[in-house]
Design a protein around this ligand. Structure first.
Ligand SMILES: O=C(O)CCC(=O)C(=O)O
Length: 243
């Protein structure tokens, strides 16, 4: 298989998806989700990022409940099946992709508590050796809104555990991006979140991809750390057919 040289060298690859309009529409829908939830709970309408950020402070629990639904929009789930995404993850060595997890982040302006500090994703995946992440922003990513910071070439050392914490700031490259671009990075790449110092929310999608053709992973019986899930809580709620 011909794996893209740049990806092998850097552990990271940026490509254009042509999905700008789709991503713009999805981002507008995020605001609508918060707006619906606010209005259906007797609160003021939510019209823009500023309102969403305020909502996160004034009604945090309700805000989280909406936030948790963003990634389940059919349009978001469908992104993982876009031909342009499949073509580019193939270029990065994935032969038989499965989506291990879909994460949707909404980093509020100046809200640093949810930033991911320096880490590698391999420790959480434990899947195929060629596992990778497709990172897709829902707006431009400039230095103000907080690019993803990566240490190019760091993937070549495999899992480095605690050594990562001693990596110097000067070794990181901040990846600025335009709406419509996607970033692929190896699960072994050392990276961290940038800080959002803009007035806008930094919405981004992370598709975590494993490869069913990896025989090493197959021999580990497609190890899947999240298999051991907890019993989901049960609550009392009204039960009626709504139509
Ligand atoms: O989007 C970010 O700021 C961090 C994402 C990240 O660390 C990850 O996907 O592993």
């Amino acid at each position: 298989m011909n794996v893209e040289k740049k990806y092998i060298e850097n552990g990271v690859l940026v490509f254009s998806t042509g999905l700008e309009n789709n991503l713009r529409n999805i981002r507008a829908k995020f605001t609508k989700i918060f707006d619906n939830s606010a209005r259906m709970n007797g609160l003021d309408p939510i019209k823009n990022d500023k309102d969403v950020a305020k909502f996160s402070k004034t009604n945090h629990e309700l805000w989280v409940s909406s936030y948790d639904q963003l990634r389940f929009l059919p349009e978001v789930l469908a992104i993982s099946n876009e031909q342009i995404i499949l073509k580019n993850i193939k270029k990065c060595g994935i032969k038989f992709p499965v989506v291990d997890e879909i994460v949707l982040r909404g980093d509020m302006p100046y809200d640093d508590q949810w930033r991911s500090e320096t880490h590698q994703d391999s420790d959480y995946f434990q899947g195929s050796m060629n596992s990778l992440i497709v990172w897709i922003p829902f707006q431009d990513i400039d230095s103000q809104i907080g690019p993803l910071d990566v240490v190019k070439g760091s993937h070549k050392n495999g899992s480095i555990n605690d050594q990562g914490k001693s990596i110097n700031d000067s070794e990181f490259t901040s990846i600025t991006m335009k709406l419509g671009e996607a970033l692929v990075f190896s699960q072994f790449l050392v990276h961290r979140s940038g800080k959002n110092r803009s007035d806008d929310i930094r919405f981004s999608l992370q598709l975590r991809i494993n490869d069913l053709e990896d025989d090493e992973w197959a021999k580990r019986k497609f190890f899947f750390p999240k298999r051991k899930f907890v019993n989901s809580p049960r609550i009392d709620f009204p039960t009626y057919f709504p139509f």
